[in-house]
Design a protein around this ligand. Sequence first.
Ligand code: ADP
Ligand code: MG
Length: 409
Amino acid sequence: MSTPGPEFFHATDRAQTARPLAQEFRTAYGTDPEGVWSAPGRVNLIGEHVDYTGGLCLPLALPHRTFVALRPRTDGVVRVRSLQEPSGVVEVPLAEVGAGSPQGWAAYVAGVPWALLQNGFEGLALTGGFDALVDGHVPYGSGLSSSAALECAVAVALGELVELPLDDTGRAGLASACQLAENVVAGANTGGMDQAASLRCHEGGAILLDTDDDSVTQVALDLAGAGLALLVVDTRAEHSHAGGEYGKRRADVERAAELLGVANLRAVDPAALDAALERLGTEPDGEVLVRRVRHAVTEIDRVRRTADLLQTGRADEVGPLLDASHDSLRDDYEVSCRELDLTVDTARAHGALGARMTGGGFGGSAIALVAAERVEEVAGAVAAAFAEQGLAAPRFLTALPSEGAARDL
Ligand code: ADP
Ligand code: MG
């Protein structure tokens, strides 16, 4: 009996998805939507666990998107249904939206107009409510940011309806509102990388995001032109302690910054790292703080070097930086896990130029930079390694740098 080949998530065909969704909206709500908008998931090339300490990261938008067909209402009620959720239409009066409310997936939808209002945006589309139908093509809970894709699709729809200019400045405003919705309404304590990537990336490039001042530099990333592909492996591992460990890492770096007398670890010059580590080493929990700070400071430096290589057309040279990032996340920051390490080790053994975990860790996804013609081989080897160790079959996708949130219909 032949074993099935590795399972790939294919890129979303925008026109093919938007039109049927508008049809389905009509069936669900009895009227046409005002429009259909979509926003992508993202994968971070490098710069992990530094977006909450003023660091740099280099995410790109995936060709996998979440769509929302939406029509404004005037009575202050949000009604929303998702093709991925069995709950049917969820109805939320906007007056009841706030910290931790509503619970469940509707928080990522109803939280957006709430956060836009909190941040000073105005317009009937924010206070009047809306009917919405969601169709997500970003795998959930894989570290590829289906949550930001959902928020950002809603945000770009509402932004357009309140006639916000959707240039990079307008999008930066939407991104920070989406982060607020995720932090406060959905109650997930995350940094701002996901929303910035989903809203501010463009086709053919990554963004160099400076989380210290929210500025973005577009960085061309012509993988296909360099004969390369970025293979994403969803390990399907999800470890229950991830949330708690995330909070502990944030607390570690905040404490380290305080001890070093800096606003955040971005302020630690890599040339002065040894002196900073020596100072932290004298603390009672110094050994741990030293490793956390070493990760953050060296990771931010690796992002700079990766961006430099990409900006000078040397994408084929970033592999060792990806490898060093993974090793640092595994050993110093301690956020990897068996499935991520297995993916990275297997990809490297099968010729990947570099490989690393991506996203928060403790499960989720890893990336491997591979020669385009070796994608299937590397994916097959990772799938075989998982099967051999009795792990659930991983899933794969290739990340072509894609367009940020936009209108489809
Ligand atoms: P990730 O963002 O890495 O995919 P999260 O846990 O941050 O993982 O977000 C996943 C959650 O986002 C889901 O559990 C669900 O609540 C919500 N979500 C994402 N996509 C959709 C969708 N298409 N329909 C409804 N809810 C969604
Ligand atoms: Mg998320």
